[in-house]
Design a protein around this ligand. Structure first.
Ligand code: DAH
Length: 355
């Protein structure tokens, strides 16, 4: 029979977690002493077992308790030691290894603001919890418009019985109405920000980013839209050989509406922008619907405009070569180190917006 006191002494004497683990294995491990005792119960006759079993179980309990107590004591001693020795001096400059990086989405937003500022646009904002009027109705999506159902909308619990449920904005287009209402025309704005849809797979996340563009002025035509988008795409991807095509489309808030595709080609097994081996859609656009202009409180006979809406995350993926959208929002520091940008690399047109 093993000596309980010796075993308890060894537990008490262990002065590190790894030493304690050795003691635990020697007692309770697969071929440990107490395990062997427990196994021996099966070979005893009933009478002997009736005497031995309570003793063996009591021994196991004492040892288990002693191990747990010692483990807790060693862990708290370890924590105390760390607290005492691992002091962080917050007044020291951060070493390179712990300094943060600018997320590619933020970087692309800065690039967009820079490109459009150069074209005379300012940046507009709106709330992410939006009324149904701004998110849908004012954009010519009446109550029974099928596009409402198509947008996989998140509805927000109303604050009281009289309130119509608000939504997490499904696109940045409501900022068009808010900016038109607030500033009137002429108006040249972009509105980058977060949008939400109940959708999740390798290419969709429930939260993602869009940028809206809106121009209101006299005598605005489709030609202005085309030139603006072409200038933007070439500046953003930093190449002149980008092939584009407009495809007729439908959006309730524009008439006519068009989607913009850009050509891609294969380079070292990867799809890159440029050439025309295939097409990918990058944004929706069109001439602002007269009813939408009216909903901003403006006269559509005097003011015309164009608008566009574009997914920012996808732009970032295309330009910087990431292929899984979900990684954007995992917060994995290794991903951010790899794809992030240094805080002082502010995009400028002269330096190359992606520099
Ligand atoms: N809001 C649209 C969407 O989320 C994108 C869009 C299309 C915006 C056409 C526009 C536009 O301003 O003119 O799918």
């Amino acid at each position: 029979m093993i000596d309980a006191e010796t075993m308890l002494d060894r537990i008490a004497a262990a002065d590190s977690l790894s030493e304690l683990e050795i003691v635990r294995v020697s007692a309770l491990g697969k071929s440990g002493a107490i395990t062997a005792l427990l196994k021996s119960l099966g070979t005893m006759d009933a009478e002997t077992r009736a005497v031995e079993a309570p003793k063996i179980h009591a021994l196991r309990e004492r040892v288990t308790d002693a191990l747990a107590g010692k483990k807790a004591a060693l862990e708290s001693a370890e924590l105390e030691r760390k607290l005492a020795t691992e002091k962080v001096d917050l007044s020291l400059p951060a070493p390179e290894s712990v300094s943060g990086t600018v997320h590619p989405v933020s970087q692309v937003m800065d690039e967009l603001a820079e490109i459009f500022a150069d074209l005379g646009f300012s940046v507009a904002e709106g709330p992410e919890i939006e009324s149904q009027w701004y998110n849908f109705t004012a954009l010519n999506m009446g109550e029974s418009h099928p596009a409402r159902a198509m947008m996989d909308t998140f509805y927000v619990q109303p604050r009281n019985a009289d309130e119509e449920p608000r939504v997490l904005r499904t696109h940045t287009s409501p900022v068009q109405i808010r900016a038109g209402e607030k500033h009137g025309a002429p108006l040249y704005v972009i509105a980058p920000g977060r949008v939400y849809r109940s959708d999740s797979d390798a290419t969709h996340t429930p939260m993602f980013h869009q940028v809206e563009g809106l121009v209101l002025d006299r005598g605005i035509t489709l030609g202005h839209l085309k030139w603006t988008l072409e200038t933007f795409v070439k500046a953003f991807f930093e190449r002149d050989d980008i092939v584009m095509r407009f495809r007729p489309s439908y959006f309730p808030f524009t008439e006519p509406s068009a989607e913009l595709d850009i050509g891609w080609s294969m380079e070292k097994g990867r799809r890159v922008v440029g050439g025309s081996e295939g097409w990918m859609e990058i944004l929706g656009s069109g001439m602002v619907h007269p009813r939408v202009i009216k909903n901003m409180g403006l006269d559509p006979d005097e003011w015309q405009g164009f608008a566009f809406g574009c997914g920012i995350d996808r732009l970032a993926m295309l330009k910087y070569g990431m292929d899984d959208l979900r990684a954007f929002f995992d917060g994995d520091i290794r991903w951010l180190k790899h794809y992030g940008f240094r805080a002082l690399d502010v995009p400028t047109l002269s330096g190359g917006v992606g520099a």
